[in-house]
Ligand binder design. Structure first.
Ligand code: HXC
Ligand code: NAP
Length: 293
């Protein structure tokens, strides 16, 4: 099976201008590459301008598209407004915002300083709020319709997770914002959706979530019923569909793409997978034997 195949037809995003926060690396870069291949113009933003410039020129020569690198720390509203203006000066309009920038690291919560907790909340929740508010207000003021926002959350946004508590709290907030604005701002022609990825190896995430020996000790592929991690193109395919006009009736939705990982942890008896086949004869006999008593 080739799950790295590209899904949509070539012109699926022609005429669309997209901003991808955190677009210089990892999943943001993978989405940007595919958006460019589908005919969109894409502005990528993050704190590290050198990284953004390298990514933009790499993706432009790979795809023949237009990729604009713009420095912006999403924690600061003034920087977000300045980034939006820079993109508008170059692209004239923006149709789609992808809130992908994030910060995260594993830590027992009691080891976190107040500032460490704030740092994650500020990047993930406040950063998403800053970009959403700036672009949302702009779209309302200019009466631009057929716009949409795609937020990248994660599956522990609804289950919670120990050892990444600031991230879980912030992603839960982003999910609530997605669903809330999907209703409130639909009247302005905006759609809001989210993707909840399971494990998709990226340097940014793996360096902070699986440092050193943890990488081998906690092989995340083993936690996934499909027994593998995600391929970046699978996520890019889903994102492209959701932001494109093919997804025009999709609003307020969060789509999980995790090979069944979170449900495996949730189902009380899923651990019975460890029971070997021959033992089931014995277990069945034991259960049946109790029937009459
Ligand atoms: C405890 C830590 C820490 C650690 C930093 N801090 N690392 N505390 N354990 N490992 C503390 C610092 O001491 C400081 O607090 C505060 O956090 C801010 O740290 P800075 O280094 O000053 O912050 P900054 O330079 O802004 O960097 C932000 C960052 C960094 C989040 C700490 O990791 C970063 O730049 N991350 C961006 C990329 C990223 O995280 N990608 C992964 C996304 S993966 P004090 O009190 O000392 O001032 C993801 C996946 C989810 O979200 C699901 C996967 C399945
Ligand atoms: P990544 O490469 O580290 O991406 C995070 C990006 O955010 C980086 O490009 C970083 O760029 C940017 N960023 C961080 N702080 C920022 C700030 N203050 N302002 C602007 N940009 C900032 O990791 P990734 O795995 O691709 O993560 C992408 C998204 O997927 C995140 O939302 C993450 O939570 C989500 N996710 C990932 C996985 C996974 O398995 N990889 C699973 C679930 C969810 P700079 O450092 O240059 O600022």
């Amino acid at each position: 099976m080739d799950y790295s195949k590209k899904m949509l037809r070539d012109d699926a995003l022609a005429g669309k201008n997209i901003v991808v926060t955190g677009g210089g690396s990892g999943l943001g870069k993978a989405m940007t590459r595919y958006f460019l291949e589908l005919g969109a113009k894409v502005a990528i933003t993050s704190r590290n301008l050198d990284k953004l410039k390298t990514t933009a020129s790499e993706l432009e020569s790979e795809t023949g598209g237009t990729c604009l690198p713009v420095q912006c720390d999403v924690r600061h509203y003034d920087q977000v407004e300045a980034m939006m203006q820079t993109v508008l000066d170059s692209f004239e309009k923006v149709d789609i915002l992808v809130n992908n920038a994030a910060g995260n690291f594993i830590s027992p919560t009691e080891r976190l300083s107040a500032n460490a907790f704030d740092t994650i909340i500020d990047i993930v929740l406040k950063g998403t709020k800053n970009c959403t508010l700036a672009f949302g207000k702009h779209w309302i003021d200019t009466k631009q319709e057929n716009t949409n926002v795609l937020n990248i959350v994660t599956t522990y946004a609804w289950t919670g997770s120990g050892y990444v508590v600031p991230s879980a709290a912030a992603k839960a907030g982003v999910l609530a914002m997605t669903r809330s604005l999907a209703v409130e701002w639909a009247k302005y022609g905006m759609r809001f959706n989210a993707i909840a990825p399971g494990p998709f190896p990226t340097k940014g995430a793996w360096d902070r979530l699986l440092p050193g020996e943890l990488r081998e000790k906690f092989d995340l592929a083993k936690k996934v019923p499909l027994k593998r991690v995600g391929d970046h193109q699978e996520l890019a395919n889903l994102a492209a569909y959701m932001v494109s006009d093919f997804g025009a009736y999709l609003n307020g939705e969060v789509i999980t793409i995790d090979g069944g990982e979170w449900l495996k942890g949730a189902g009380m008896f899923n651990l019975l997978e460890a029971v070997p086949e021959p033992m089931w004869d014995m277990l069945e006999a034991m259960i049946r034997a109790k029937k009459d008593h």
